[in-house]
Design a protein around this ligand. Structure first.
Ligand code: CA
Length: 336
């Protein structure tokens, strides 16, 4: 019995004649769910199908609540909103049907979060996303389950960078272009193989999840930052400040080390040490001649050395808080 009350997700097609052309609409069905406060019209229908058809014919209709039992059985409420987990109400008398036709932007997801919002049952894996106002689809890896330190699922993988390789050094063209790199290795998920997916330039987000694997241990941190894509934050090399804090950045690598001053964090940090995204510190009370950093897209030329480490933690010269470090990490960037 309890199972019957659980939300069941599946789809059915509604084909209907609209003038001389056949219009196709796809509905996303949830049993025992009701969307409140969105009704633009009510009617009665013999079936869910008939109710759905009414929606496709009504301008602005995005979903319906269909009453399957009790008083007013057959009631068909046309809604101008779609259900999300925040507004979903359980009601055993109703079936909720959300339109997923051409008029529905959600049918063109450009992030894993959008996909997961619409289909709560999805697993980690490969999904197609596409930019708004475009018909081109790109495969990405979606991490639909929680990442410890970053939060609940719906993460779109953007990049994976090997700190021992020069692929994603600060001056790499990949930070500045809209070209993917090693797509197959990206679609494999959170493996230690470098990749850059189309999500770099097409996926909007409100949160960034950063991971680093060093010495066999993977650690994660979150950045609250809203943007239309990572490309838009990085490609122009402007400095954009983030506010995660020194402790959060240091937590990406166990035993990491930084100097006490400068403490500049965010996108586009450029001194003798350059970072596409990360944290910069110095022994002098300024940022020029900084000698320590943690981050992604590193190019390090300070304290008389130029180590080939593009992701990880480098700390040289004096006043390091945990000794001198040359730690290359394997880095992950996901967005939500
Ligand atoms: Ca210095």
């Amino acid at each position: 019995m309890k199972k019957m009350l659980l939300v069941l997700l599946h789809f059915f097609f509604v084909l209907l004649k609209s003038g001389l052309s056949m219009e196709q609409a796809l509905f996303h069905r949830q049993v025992a769910k009701y969307l409140p406060n969105s009704v633009i019209a009510t009617t009665f229908a013999e079936s869910e199908l008939e109710c759905s058809v009414s929606c496709t014919r009504r301008k602005g209709c995005l979903s319906v609540n269909y009453k399957v039992k009790g008083l007013d059985q057959g009631l068909c409420e046309l809604n101008n909103q779609k259900i999300s987990k925040e507004v979903a109400v359980s009601n055993a008398d109703f079936v909720y049907l959300g339109a997923r036709g051409l008029k529905d932007e959600i049918s063109k997801p450009n992030s894993c979060r959008e996909l997961l919002d619409d289909h709560r049952h999805l697993h980690n894996g490969i999904y197609d996303i596409q930019p708004k106002n475009s018909s081109q689809k790109y495969p990405v890896y979606c991490h639909m389950t929680e990442i410890p330190g970053c939060g609940a699922g719906g993460w779109t993988l953007v990049m994976k960078t090997n700190g021992n390789l020069m692929t994603f050094t600060y001056d790499s063209v990949y930070w500045k272009n809209k070209e993917s790199y090693a797509v197959e290795d990206g679609l494999a998920g959170l493996t230690e193989k470098e990749s850059k997916l189309a999500s770099y330039w097409i996926t909007p987000f409100k949160k960034i999840c950063l991971g680093m694997t060093a010495n066999g241990e993977t650690k994660w941190m979150t950045l609250d930052y809203e943007a239309s894509s990572l490309y838009n934050l990085i490609a122009d090399e402007s400095h954009r400040r983030t506010t995660a804090g020194r402790t959060a950045w240091k937590s990406l690598i166990a035993g990491s080390s930084l100097q006490p001053y400068c403490n500049k964090e965010g996108f586009g940090i450029s001194y003798g040490v350059k970072l596409r995204l990360g944290y910069l510190a110095n022994n002098q009370n300024s940022c020029s001649q900084s000698d320590s950093c943690i981050g992604f897209g590193i190019s390090y030329d300070a304290c008389y050395i130029k180590p080939n480490i593009t992701c990880g933690n480098i700390a040289q010269c004096s006043h390091t808080d945990n000794g001198k470090k040359l730690t290359a990490a394997f880095g992950y960037i996901l967005v939500h």
